[in-house]
Design a protein around this ligand. Structure first.
Ligand code: IPE
Ligand code: IPE
Ligand code: MG
Length: 236
C-alpha cells in the first residue's frame, strides 16, 4: 500500500457533534480529544510517519471566552496526564503556533511535552495550537530576514530551503483530511500543503474512527499525483 508519509487533519465538527446530541460544545471537544488519541496510534500502525492536527487556530480566539478556556484547559490536562500510549510508542510530540497570548500553565505544558518526547524517533505528532498558516509564513519570513541581515547568501534560495524557517522542519503534507463537512482550509498549513491531496468528509471529528481514516488512505492510494509533470505514457 502506498501510505502517505505526512497526513494532516483539520479536526472539525466537534461543536456540531455535541449540539446534535443536546450536549454542550465542550463535550464535543472532549470526545474529539479521545478520538485523536486512538486515531494517532492507528495512523502510525498504518505506516504514517508524521501526523499534523489542527487543534486551535489563532482565529479561534474569536469564540466565547468560556469555550476558549475549556480548550486551553483540555490541552493542559492532555499534555500532563494523557497521551501516554502515544509517548510509549516512541512518538515525538511538537507544537506549532505562536507562543503569544497563551497562559503560563499552557506554555509550561507545551514545553514539558516537547522536552519529554524530544528524543523519540517512531513518528511525529505535530499539534497546531494557536496556529495560523499565514502567521507561520510571516514568522518564517522574519527569521529569514534576520539571517539575511546577518549575511546569509540567498542567491540560490529554493522553496525547499524555506522549510527550516517554519515552526518545525516537517516534510510536505501528502494527504490533508478535513472532517465536519466544510470544504476549506481555514488558514491551516499553507506552505506545506502545496501538493497535498485533499479528502473532505461530512463525518464530525469525534466519529472519525479507524475505518473512516482507512477510507481516506484508500482514496489516497488511487490518486494520480503528477506534481506538475506528465507520466511517460502521455509524453510519447
Ligand atoms: C473543531 O470543532 C475544533 C476547534 C475549532 C477547536 P469546532 O469547534 O469548530 O466544531 P464545529 O465546526 O462548530 O462543529
Ligand atoms: C478550523 O476549524 C480550526 C480547527 C479545526 C482547530 P474552524 O471551525 O475554526 O474553521 P471555520 O471557522 O469553519 O473556517
Ligand atoms: Mg468548526
Amino acid at each position: 500500500m502506498n501510505v502517505p508519509n505526512h497526513v494532516a487533519i483539520i479536526m472539525d465538527g466537534n461543536g456540531r457533534w455535541a449540539t446534535k446530541r443536546g450536549l454542550k460544545r465542550s463535550a464535543g471537544h472532549l470526545e474529539g480529544s479521545k478520538t485523536l488519541e486512538k486515531l494517532a496510534i492507528h495512523a502510525y500502525d498504518m505506516g504514517v510517519k508524521v501526523l499534523s492536527v489542527y487543534a486551535f487556530s489563532t482565529d479561534n480566539f474569536k469564540r466565547d471566552p468560556e469555550e476558549v478556556e475549556y480548550l486551553m484547559n483540555l490541552l493542559v490536562k492532555y499534555f500532563n496526564t494523557k497521551f501516554e500510549k502515544i509517548i510509549k510508542r516512541g512518538v515525538k510530540i511538537v507544537i506549532s503556533g505562536r507562543k503569544t497570548n497563551l497562559r503560563e500553565d499552557v506554555l509550561e505544558a507545551i514545553n514539558n511535552i516537547e522536552a519529554k518526547t524530544k528524543a523519540n524517533q517512531n513518528g511525529i505528532l505535530n499539534i497546531c495550537f494557536n496556529y495560523g498558516g499565514q502567521e507561520e509564513i510571516i514568522d518564517g519570513a522574519l527569521k529569514l530576514a534576520k539571517d539575511i541581515n546577518s549575511g546569509l547568501d540567498i542567491t540560490n534560495f529554493k522553496r525547499e530551503d524555506f522549510y527550516k524557517y517554519l515552526y518545525h522542519e516537517l516534510p510536505p503534507i501528502d494527504l490533508l483530511i478535513r472532517t465536519g463537512g466544510e470544504e476549506r482550509v481555514s488558514n491551516f498549513m499553507l506552505y506545506q500543503m502545496s501538493y497535498s491531496e485533499f479528502y473532505f468528509t461530512n463525518t464530525y471529528f469525534p466519529d472519525f474512527d479507524k475505518s473512516e481514516f482507512n477510507k481516506a488512505l484508500f482514496m489516497f492510494e488511487n490518486r494520480d499525483r503528477r506534481f506538475g509533470g506528465l507520466h511517460d505514457i502521455q509524453t510519447k
